[in-house]
Design a protein around this ligand. Sequence first.
Ligand SMILES: [Zn+2]
Length: 135
Amino acid sequence: MRGNKEKSLCAICGVELRGGKRSYPNPVCGQCDSRALNANGEKAKWGFEYVFKTQERYQKALDEARRHYNDNTIDAIIVPDDGENPVFIDGRKCWRRYRFGGYLTMRDDFDCSDISEFYRKHNKPRSKTSEKKND
Ligand SMILES: [Zn+2]
């Protein structure tokens, strides 16, 4: 079976994941991820909801950007790739990597205190030069 040995399974429920995630340790499927909670037991937030929380705040940030750049034609703010970390799925600690307007979720086997520790403990060693902070 072609590609069989490369398939990756959800680290929570074991469902087979489609390609693109196998280079990350302990990937979590979208179904499990949809149950992710933050440390307060609320639904984990990211992107727009995490950064601006409400339309009003977004509008305020947009107004501030227009003032700051003295440019009223600015019509949008790019939402930063950011969100809550860690998150908890069925009580299991997971870390999210936020990038490209989305994220992926990975299960933590070692109860790490931050995502760089997570990468250190779950990844094969990478060359120092390709390693960037928070990436
Ligand atoms: Zn799953």
